[in-house]
Ligand binder design. Structure first.
Ligand code: CS2
Length: 488
């Protein structure tokens, strides 16, 4: 079987190859974090925009850690297969929007070079919540973050996101070029303003004049991205080969649903992403809140409760009647904290979410979603819990999710098997777990009081007491019984 490449495109089944010639379009976007999520989402929408409206908007990807993806894509002329999997079956399409991916690790010039090139008009990012190094209370750069600390020491040879953006912008300004627009695509609240705070805060520490220029000249629109994309496996590659007739080492699979809501503030133009299904709005914040609280909040609940109850996959957890009731209760409680959104029926959105979680073709691991809880819970669980408390609404769904996270943080399943937490604050979490022993109140109190984690309003009151009681029940009766009792 031949390998996916430009020359193989002519031999693909009808409708699989891009309907435009990728090589005829120049690169206009630099993207940090070229993993499965980006390729199933932004790259796919950019591909549709290129097919519909053209333009020099192909993407150069930056892989911050691994060189593997860069090599796989290089040997395939940047092409990869995207498989959409849903009730209607599997649909494969080859995406031509990515020109190349460069590995940044130990090679900052590979990233700073393109950043200085005026052809790059937008820098986009999906690097996960923990990679930024932003102190959210500012927002500001967090000098305690390892990448930020290293880059403040040697700003001319950065390795982290903030350091690379600031040095890239510095060079742009020094060369007299207009700055690129910075578009954050991670699951963070008001992600444009947050990243702006981090970048300006970093710049202020190395070059206050540059910080002023960035604050005045660089646009940081917010965006909300949504597409459930599990990590690709060998089975993904086998399926891609069966659907297309060629071998693809970089194939990925995803759900049919895809949503991208973007603030339309691009200083130097942008692709016609609306042609690929994106929605442009003046203010992304209400959409972001809806998605973070309803989708991601319920996802985290399912991940922690489901993992401890023995469900490796989200779809398996949703097939458990009691857990599915809890997921729906969580979605409804999250919806109740939101202001109405013109044109959006929150009940219908919630129903659609439950169906998406249950998609039998998508094998999304609870363990994957459980990762980095300390970076996710504030916007997914604590923010809606605060609003619910203020409005006198039921906080129990949020307390249950918090207890499930605390149970997961204990690092051991009910049969005694240990699991790695995979959280940037895992040392602090482990210290709290160790000190609390099996005192559930001390454990919940300790976790909630990790510096900067939980809003003051939730500490020392009903929310904390409820979470501790629920955790005690989870330990006394087991997670399955605790879920069943809660759903009854
Ligand atoms: C998930 C998200 O891993 C997680 O934390 O909740 O990656 C989720 O699948 C996406 O945000 C869906 O758009």
């Amino acid at each position: 079987m031949s390998r996916l490449s430009r020359t193989a495109l002519a031999h693909l089944p009808t409708g699989v190859a891009p309907s435009y010639d990728p090589a005829a379009h120049g690169v206009g976007i630099l993207h940090f974090g070229a993993g499965a999520f980006h390729r199933a989402h932004q790259a796919a929408i950019t591909d549709a925009a290129l097919a519909a409206c053209g333009g020099d908007w192909r993407i150069a990807g930056v892989s911050l850690r691994s060189a593997e993806l860069a090599e796989a894509l290089a040997s395939q002329d940047g092409l990869f297969t995207l498989i959409e999997r849903g009730a209607q079956g599997d649909r494969a399409r080859v995406i031509g929007a990515i020109d190349r991916v460069v590995a940044a690790h130990g090679a900052p010039e590979a990233v700073l070079g393109p950043m200085s090139d005026p052809a790059i008009r937008i820098v986009t990012l999906t690097v996960t919540e923990k990679a930024y190094g932003i102190d959210r209370s500012g927002p500001d750069a967090d000098p305690a973050h390892p990448d930020v600390a290293a880059d403040l020491e040697s700003p001319a040879t950065p390795r982290g996101v903030l350091g690379l953006l600031v040095e890239g912008l510095r060079r742009r300004r020094a060369a007299g070029h207009a700055p690129f627009t910075v578009l954050c695509c991670d699951n963070l609240p008001e992600n444009g303003a947050l990243l702006r705070g981090g970048v300006v805060g970093f710049a202020r520490r190395v070059d206050p004049d540059l910080a002023k220029w960035i604050a005045a000249e660089v646009a940081f629109p917010s965006s909300m991205v949504d597409r459930i994309t599990p990590a690709a496996t060998e089975a993904t590659l086998t399926l891609a080969a069966r659907l297309t007739g060629v071998k693809d080492a970089a194939a990925i699979e995803t759900e049919p649903f895809c949503q991208w809501v973007i603030e339309d503030r691009f200083a130097q133009g942008r692709p016609d992403w609306a042609a690929g299904g994106a929605i442009f709005v003046d203010d992304v914040a209400p959409y972001e809140r809806m998605k973070l609280r309803m989708l991601n909040g319920a996802h985290s609940l399912i991940a922690y409760a489901g993992f401890i109850a023995g469900h490796a996959l989200v779809r398996g957890a949703m097939a458990d009647p009691a857990l599915s009731v809890l997921a729906r209760r969580h979605i409804a409680a999250a919806a109740a904290t939101l202001d109405p959104l013109p044109g959006i029926d929150l009940d219908a959105y919630g129903d659609e979410l439950a169906a998406r979680f249950a998609n039998p073709a998508i094998a999304h691991e609870t363990y994957q979603i459980a990762m980095d809880g300390s970076q996710k819970l504030p916007q997914r669980i604590f923010a809606p819990a605060c609003d619910a408390q203020r409005a006198g609404q039921d906080m129990r769904p949020f307390a249950f999710a918090t207890a499930a996270w605390a149970r997961y943080c204990m690092g051991r399943g009910e049969a005694g098997a240990s699991h790695a937490l995979r959280d940037p604050r895992e040392a602090e979490i482990a210290a709290v777990v160790e000190a609390a022993r099996n005192d559930t109140q001390a454990l919940v109190a300790g976790l909630l009081r990790l510096p900067g984690l939980t809003p003051e309003a939730l500490l020392g009151g009903a929310f904390e007491t409820q979470a501790a009681r629920i955790l005690r029940d989870m330990l006394a009766r087991g997670m399955v019984a605790a879920i069943a009792g809660e759903a009854a």
